[in-house]
Design a protein around this ligand. Structure first.
Ligand code: AMP
Length: 223
């Protein structure tokens, strides 16, 4: 598949490395990245329609937000770009259910597009747990570290900006993670068959080192 004006989805369990790879496609290959988790985090303090809960509270519990919230954010993000028709667009963490996949198909049609490829990040759940429960970021610049795999070169000092404060995502704890993996198993995994049947699913070995995963992504989308 060669790339120009394509719509691509990253599908996989929490912690499979979708976000890291998405930022490479954005920075090095000018993709528009629609990362629904990031959009929701930016709106974490907002109260949901017909509920007293905030978006952040639902995320912290490891549950999925209602489609009316996520689809609206996705739409707004797409409409921000004036040259959307000619740009490559990557959806990270959307769709997460079969209903969302149908909604994304409708949305694509509204923009005169269709989904070109879904990259399934295949990874062992034990590795996912280590990646998520070890993950922490620099509070100043957002650089991601992991206590098991990659720590700053100087203890307590960010390699990128020299910051000394670090933080964890509000949902990167054992209770939320179990819930998120459960939601993934029950709601998101059926999408593997869904997209396979449509002939657009591509399998990526997401347990490999970051650079190797990047190469296989570039190869599979023809970049
Ligand atoms: P992520 O940053 O992709 O790991 O997503 C973090 C959290 O945001 C998830 O655990 C959900 O609570 C929420 N979320 C992200 N994407 C979606 C989605 N497509 N539908 C509903 N909720 C979502």
């Amino acid at each position: 598949m060669s790339v120009s004006g394509k719509w691509i989805v990253f599908l996989g369990a929490p912690g499979c490395g979708k976000g890291t790879q998405a930022s490479f496609l954005k920075d090095d290959h000018s993709f528009i990245v629609v990362a629904v988790g990031d959009l929701l985090r930016a709106n974490a303090d907002k109260t949901m329609p017909d509920s007293s809960k905030t978006i952040g509270e639902v995320m912290k519990a490891g549950e999925l937000l209602p489609n009316e919230v996520t689809v609206e954010l996705v739409k707004q993000e797409l409409m921000k770009s004036v040259d959307i028709a000619s740009r490559n667009v990557l959806f990270d963490g959307f769709p997460r259910t079969v209903t969302q996949a149908d909604l994304l198909n409708d949305l694509a049609a509204d923009f005169g597009k269709n989904l070109d490829a879904v990259l399934y990040f295949n990874i062992d759940f034990e590795l996912v747990k280590k990646r998520i429960l070890g993950r922490y970021t620099c509070a100043k610049c957002g650089m991601i570290y992991n206590k098991h795999f990659v720590n700053p070169k100087v203890d307590g000092e960010c390699d990128v900006c020299g910051g000394h404060e670090f933080e964890c995502r509000m949902d990167d704890n054992e209770v939320s993670l179990l819930k998120r993996l459960n939601v993934y198993d029950n709601m998101t995994k059926p999408l593997i068959d869904y997209f396979n049947q449509r002939g657009i699913l591509l399998d990526i070995d997401a347990g490999s080192p970051v650079e190797v995963v990047m190469q296989s992504i570039l190869l599979s989308i023809g970049l």
